[in-house]
Structures are given as structure tokens and as C-alpha cells.
Design a protein around this ligand. Structure first.
Ligand code: AMP
Ligand code: TRP
Length: 333
């Protein structure tokens, strides 16, 4: 079945191995299935829900786009653009915020996590962020949205908004309720310093994550210093329960070598962490260094990156403009 794919990544810097395994690697696989049409968006409007330095933001937008391309996204096959170049996203977001209910947003766990203890000081944008995400997806009639597990709740909200709009305005099937595409096995890559915490852009410890711009030496060093426990590696999956660090490192190895976890467990059964770390470091360097090299090379030509984003935005705009015209017609503007 042919799928319409849409996904987005925030240009907030420090793209890491979790973003690659949980999202970007999947974007590339979906693109390479010729039945699919894919749109990948650098969601800069989402990024400003927390404070951003304007100069750094501009750099991060280009860096995210360069990482997409360096990871194997092809701007001739997929539409690659940044959100703020297509005005329909902001327009649709306002309209959909009049469809979504307060109660729905109040349930969003990511807002609670990101806003922290002092909710009063969070931006209103951070609160309504999932509505903008729904607008992104619904404007393109996306049928499938590849994301990490943390975005599942936001996808459910997008479906609720689509269904309520269709019902309220008696326009059955106008918006398509999107399905999340979440990888079963490696949906959450954990911090290298704490197997119970997600690998994250905002972790203050550089040793907690492998950035997609790290050099080979940095990668090897971070894996060498990754947290472990004191036992040898188990011989079956049950042996991974309550061993989050072992599970994470074996999971990263499986994902990057495109083999099932059971095969990786067999490969390392009874061995020490040092054996796993040595092989894992080689594998991560093999997979990530070319991306890092290519990203840095692409970033030297800003005009080229800007042109890709602008050309992508022109294509996106053609689709989104038609949809927003119809949205306005339906609601009586
Ligand atoms: P963000 O960096 O929050 O914009 O996330 C971009 C994409 O990467 C989203 O689809 C996330 O679900 C995914 N992602 C972020 N961190 C991780 C992680 N530690 N493990 C797996 N996927 C992740
Ligand atoms: N909220 C997503 C994240 O933080 C990014 C995002 C914005 C997105 N719009 C989207 C993901 C639309 C998928 C589809 O990771």
C-alpha cells in the first residue's frame, strides 16, 4: 500500500544517535520504498516554544537539513523544507486550536515534563505545541508519521483533532487520521550515563549522548566511558530485565547492524562489556562518521542548503495552500 509520510525534527542543535535510530534512519528507509511519498520538515516554529538565540537557530536549521541529507534523505525524492517558509502551518494551527479541547491538551505528558515545576513561566506556545504538530500532519493528508515513542500521545491528539473537525463540520474524510509509525525494538535510545533516562539534546552531560557531528575519537571515547553493570552479558532476552545499560548498548548494536536483538544477544552471550564496547565503538564510528563528515561538508555551502529548503518549501506550499483554502471554505470564511 502506498503511504503518505510526514515527519518533523526540531532544529534545536545536538542531533544525536537517538534521533538517528529513533527517527532519521527510519525516514530514509521509508523514502527508499518507492511506493511512499515523503515530506520531512525542519520544524522551526516548534523550536521557538523555548528560548532560542536567533543566530544559533539559523545555524541549527541548516544543520538539521544537512544532517537529513547526509543521512541519506534525497531532496529529489522527498520534500525537505523548514516549516516557517510555509505560512499554512501557522494558519491551520490557529484554526485547529479552536477545534482542540483544553482537556485534551492538559493530558499531554511532554508539556508537563518540558514545562517542569514552574508551569506559569512556560510559553503558551509550548502548551499548544501539539496543535501545531497536528496542523503539520493534517495539511498534507499524511497517512503515516514516523516518530519516536515519546511522540505517540501527540499523534493521538492529531487523530482526535482530525476526527472532531470532520464531525463538527460534517466533512467526513476531509482530514485523514494519521497512524504513528513507531519502531518496535529500538524506539527509545537511552543515555549512555543512565540507562533509565532517554538520550536527549538537553542533557547537560556531553558523555550522555553521541552527537551526529562527533568525531571518531569522541564516539569511541564516549562508548568507552558508557555506564555498565558488573555482570557478563546474558544469553537470552529475559536476562536483560533490570539491566537497562546492557539492554541499551545491545539495542544500539542491533539497530545499527540491522539484526534482531536475539542475534546480538547470541553474539555477545557470556562476554564482558569491554568486548561489546569495542565492537560497538567500531560499528558506531562506521555508521555515524560518514554522516558527520558529510554534514560538516554540506554546511560549508549555506547557499546550497538554503536552496534545497526553499525548493522544498515551494513544493510543500503547493500542497498546503490548497488544503488551507479548503479548510477556510469548510468553516465559512
Ligand atoms: P526531537 O529531537 O525531540 O525533535 O526529536 C526528533 C525525533 O527523534 C522524534 O521522532 C523523537 O521521537 C526522536 N527521538 C528523540 N530522542 C530519541 C531517543 N532518545 N530515542 C529514540 N528516538 C528519539
Ligand atoms: N514534536 C516532534 C518532536 O519533538 C517534532 C514534530 C513537529 C513532528 N511536527 C511534527 C513530528 C509532525 C512528526 C510530525 O520530535
Amino acid at each position: 500500500m502506498s503511504k503518505k509520510i510526514f515527519s518533523g525534527v526540531q532544529p534545536t542543535g545536538n542531533l544525536h544517535l537517538g534521533n538517528y535510530i529513533g527517527a532519521i534512519k527510519n525516514f530514509v528507509n521509508l523514502q527508499n520504498d518507492n511506493n511512499n511519498s515523503c515530506i520531512y520538515c525542519v520544524v522551526d516554529l516548534h523550536a521557538i516554544t523555548i528560548n532560542q538565540d536567533p543566530i544559533q537557530l539559523k545555524k541549527n536549521i541548516r544543520e538539521t537539513a544537512a544532517t537529513f541529507i547526509a543521512s541519506g534523505l534525497d531532496y529529489k525524492k522527498s520534500i525537505i523544507f523548514n516549516q516557517s517558509l510555509v505560512p499554512a502551518h501557522s494558519e491551520a494551527s490557529w484554526i485547529l486550536s479552536c477545534v482542540a479541547r483544553m482537556g485534551w491538551l492538559n493530558r499531554m505528558t511532554q508539556f508537563k515534563e518540558k514545562a517542569g515545576k514552574d508551569k506559569e513561566k512556560a510559553s503558551v506556545g509550548l502548551y499548544v505545541y501539539p496543535i501545531l504538530m497536528a496542523a503539520d500532519i493534517l495539511l498534507y493528508d499524511a497517512t503515516h508519521v514516523p516518530v519516536g515513542e515519546d511522540q505517540k500521545q501527540h499523534l493521538e491528539l492529531s487523530r482526535d483533532i482530525a476526527n472532531k473537525f470532520n464531525l463538527d463540520f460534517k466533512s467526513p474524510n476531509f482530514f485523514v487520521a494519521p497512524e504513528p509509525l513507531i519502531q518496535k525494538n529500538f524506539a527509545r535510545i537511552m543515555s549512555l550515563k543512565d540507562g533509565n533516562k532517554k538520550m536527549s539534546k538537553s542533557d547537560p552531560s556531553e558523555l550522555s549522548r553521541i552527537n551526529l557531528t562527533d568525531s571518531s575519537d569522541q564516539i569511541s571515547n564516549k562508548i568507552k566511558k558508557a555506564k555498565t553493570d558488573t555482570q557478563t552479558l546474558p544469553d537470552n532476552e529475559n536476562g536483560l530485565s533490570k539491566r537497562p545499560e546492557a539492554e541499551n548498548l545491545l539495542g544500539i548494536y542491533s539497530s545499527l547492524s540491522d539484526q534482531p536483538l536475539t542475534k546480538t544477544i547470541n553474539e555477545f552471550s557470556g562476554k564482558n562489556f569491554s568486548d561489546l564496547k569495542e565492537k560497538l565503538a567500531n560499528l558506531v564510528v562506521e555508521k555515524i562518521s560518514p554522516i558527520s563528515y558529510e554534514t560538516n561538508k554540506l554546511l560549508k555551502d549555506e547557499t546550497f542548503i538554503d536552496k534545497i529548503l526553499k525548493d522544498g518549501a515551494d513544493k510543500a506550499n503547493e500542497i498546503a495552500y490548497k488544503k488551507i483554502i479548503n479548510i477556510k471554505k469548510i468553516i465559512g470564511f
